[in-house]
Design a protein around this ligand. Structure first.
Ligand code: MOS
Length: 761
């Protein structure tokens, strides 16, 4: 029987964290410890080599020339001066670029990761302001950059869709929203809303955001005959390989991608135009090419989060229960990608209401394709929903946490499924206790410290549990008593290598220093992606299968002369670097001994993440409660976040140190979303006006207080190892927690991000 044939119940039972029928359920203490990141010393010493640092013989450097109109065509293109400039190897434009097929698009083709289906430099047409129109390749980066400045382009402009307001008016429903329907209705919510004794009906707006990972995107590529080698920064190795193979009409096996270290991805580190352009340029040049995007390039050729306008309407009764919950709105998108920013997802699963209506629309804008950006949808969706909940709590005269207690659902409000595990109210209670929520003054504007108004706010964090089918891992045990874990997984700095070293050590009864974790290479067993906060669940499920297969093989190898002879899989356990009888200390044989007697140097087994049947039977989400204290200057409107606490319910925490770091990083990104980040998009010409970190303000040290993080650490019985995702949830709810705190401090309700001081004056 394969896992696909098993009922969800059977599959889930094997994942019961503390035993059940899983003979390898770890009891060795590695899981749950704060093992420091094993890649940490390499990074601190500067020894970790990133994609833009990989050396190559005869390496040439590339620079992009990008369009300055939003829509139309190139009229004239003069590359003569660039070609004559010192050190220039070649200039590639649509006139000499090799033929490339349009990329297959993520969320449209399940194996693909392309950001947009637009052709790459195949004709004179222009689709967004910032689209690459030429690639200059030179002996040095400086020569390439200089020559790029000499390329002269004129354009024939055509009318473009650049106004979000006008695009909303002719908006459309996306086919689906991440595979879910764009519209869900339970009951007649608008009528229930009209008839409710307490109503709020608000519009919230969130701006465009640009990806600002510390490592700008880069590829170093070369051809070896018909084979292609890429050193990339990617969070989706095999999906990138598949996409590139499609563009160049190649056999996937002839492409190898290395990506051992990634300096932050957040959804942006997939294949974009620079991949295809660098590969094409390397082909033309006949030598290795590096295309490392400048920070400005990242703003122009890599999409980010897009603009939303959201309506949240709530109808409540005197007892603080909801008769109606409506969350509708529009996100900007393009006609050539498929990322409608699932801002209504939280409202589908968070609160009980007699009637619920959610609706997502998209408005087509001529811009770089938007893409996933840490909790796409949920980050801005929770801003709208959780501000509205706070507003309604005010209407009802209820404490915002008490209001949420009254609308806590028993089962999923829209799917009707049982929750696999939901401890949101505990997260609130624990957070409230630790944060000192009882000291909050209910009346807005009541607390003043000199010139500073002080307030507290709270909001729910939530992000779905995802596990991807098909991710594979190979685990090999050697006669030296060491295990090698091989998987094309991704280490973006979040601790993947560390945590899965712990996972495999625990399952095999090895100390963590006896496990080597290999990742970041398409030559390793094919894996899915580090996205949707799914990598840990997917990898844990695959490792679960691989270690069980390994156990069976070890027992077979042990044979009749072993102290283990006659024992079945269910009667043994992994311990002390070998296998032993569950019931007695005497019957034990080390892995080294088993392999030695069998005359084997090593034994290996592969496992694959099975279909995620658990999400078909259960509503599975991570949760959290975000607590914020702000100080707002009464004269200038300056906002300072003075305290912050995140209280999370994400199932079992596999490594408190790396988990807390993920949560803190998410919260910091949320502070940027709340207070400073906004990509300025000029609606006259589609130009991004602030393409640098000097003008696009991510939080800096002075913007971030000490952030306290706690977690329930209650295992989810339906998730491998009891662990749900933790990568994205940290940013969710932060915008609303800050906005709600600002309201509590000042009495001013700001419904448009970012909450800059001018909006308070
Ligand atoms: Mo996440 S936005 O899927 O990297």
């Amino acid at each position: 029987m394969t896992d696909l044939q098993k009922t969800p119940e059977q599959t889930a039972t094997r994942w019961t964290p503390d035993g059940g029928r899983d003979p390898l359920a770890g009891r060795h203490g590695a899981i749950g410890t704060s093992l420091p990141r094993i890649d940490g010393p390499l990074k601190v010493r500067g020894e970790a080599q990133f994609a833009a640092e990989v050396p190559a013989d005869r390496l040439a450097y590339a620079a992009l020339v990008t369009s300055t109109i939003a829509r139309g065509a190139i009229a004239t293109l003069d590359t003569a001066a660039a070609e004559a400039a010192p050190g220039v190897v070649l200039v590639m434009t649509h006139r000499n670029a090799p033929r490339m097929a349009p990329p297959a698009v993520i969320m449209t083709d399940p194996r693909a990761a392309g950001a947009s289906s637009l052709p790459i430099m195949q004709d004179a047409s222009i689709h967004w302001n910032g689209e690459p129109v030429a690639v200059v390749v030179a002996e040095t980066q400086e020569q390439a950059d200089h020559a790029a400045s000499l390329v002269r382009v004129t354009y024939r402009e055509e009318p473009a869709s650049l106004s979000f307001e006008r695009a909303i008016a002719v908006g459309r429903h996306p086919d689906t929203v991440l595979g879910e329907p764009a519209v869900i209705e339970t009951g007649d919510a608008e009528t229930a809303l009209r008839n409710a004794p307490h109503r709020i009906d608000r519009v919230y707006r969130t701006p465009r955001h640009s990806h600002s990972a510390i490592e700008p995107h880069a590829v170093t590529v070369w051809w070896e005959g018909g084979d292609l080698v890429l050193h990339d920064a990617t969070q989706m190795l095999h999906m990138t390989r598949y996409t590139i193979a499609g563009v160049f009409g190649m056999d996937e096996e002839r492409i190898r991608i290395h990506s051992p270290y990634v300096g932050g991805g957040f959804g942006s580190k997939g294949p974009w135009s620079h991949h295809f352009l660098a590969i094409a340029a390397a082909k033309l040049a006949g030598r290795p090419v590096r295309l490392a995007l400048s920070r400005g390039d990242v703003f122009r050729v890599i999409g980010g989060r897009t603009t939303t306008e959201q309506r949240v309407a709530l109808g409540a009764r005197d007892d603080g229960t909801l008769a109606a919950l409506v969350h509708t709105g529009t996100a900007a998108m393009t006609t050539h990608n498929n990322c409608p920013e699932q801002f209504t997802f939280p409202a589908r699963h968070l609160y009980a209401a007699d009637t619920i209506r959610v609706e997502q629309r998209v408005a087509d804008i001529d811009m770089v394709a938007n893409t996933f950006m840490r909790a796409p949808g949920e980050s801005v969706g929770t801003f709208a929903l959780e501000c509205a909940i706070d507003e309604m709590a005010g209407e009802l005269g209820l404490d915002p946490i008490e209001f949420r207690r009254r609308i806590e659902p028993e089962t999923d409000p829209t799917s009707g499924r049982p929750f696999s595990s939901r401890q949101l109210l505990k997260a609130y209670a624990d957070g409230a206790e630790r944060f000192g929520w009882s000291r909050r003054a209910a009346a807005p504007g009541a607390v003043r410290d000199g010139d500073w108004l002080v307030g507290m706010g709270v909001a729910t964090a939530t992000y779905p549990y995802y596990r991807m089918p098909g991710g594979r891992v190979r685990i090999t045990l050697g006669r030296d008593g060491r295990a090698v874990v091989a998987v094309a997984a991704h280490e973006m700095g979040m601790g993947t290598a560390t945590v899965h070293t712990q996972v495999v050590a625990d399952r095999l009864g090895l100390s963590v220093d006896r496990v080597d974790f290999q990742h970041g290479d398409t030559a390793l067993p094919a894996f899915t992606m580090a996205g949707g906060s799914s990598q840990t669940a997917t990898l844990a499920a695959a490792a679960h299968e691989a270690t069980l297969a390994l156990l069976e093989e070890l027992l077979r190898l042990a044979g009749n002369d072993s102290p283990l002879a006659g024992l079945t899989v269910d009667e043994v356990e992994a311990r002390d670097g070998g296998l032993g009888h569950r019931g007695s200390r005497e019957r034990f044989e080390s892995y080294a001994s088993i392999l030695g007697r069998a005359g084997r140097e090593e034994v290996g087994a592969e496992g694959e993440s099975p279909m995620p049947t658990e999400t078909q039977s259960f509503s599975m989400h991570s949760y959290g409660a975000q607590f914020c204290e702000v100080r707002v200057h009464a004269v200038t409107g300056e906002i300072r976040v003075s305290r912050f606490l995140g209280s999370f319910d994400c199932g079992r925490i596999l490594n408190p140190r790396t988990a807390a770091s993920q949560f803190r990083g998410g919260i910091i990104m949320g502070l940027g979303l709340a207070l400073t980040e906004e990509t300025q998009f000029d609606e006259r010409n589609g130009r991004i006006m602030n393409p640098s970190l000097a003008e696009y303000h991510v939080p800096v040290h002075m913007d971030v207080p000490e952030i306290d993080v706690i977690f329930t650490d209650i295992p989810d019985p339906r998730a491998p190892l009891g662990a749900r995702g933790i990568g994205e949830i940290g940013i969710t709810g932060v915008g609303a927690a800050v906005a709600n705190a600002v309201h509590n401090a000042t009495g001013r309700r700001i419904r448009e991000l970012p909450i800059t001081l001018d909006k308070l004056l």
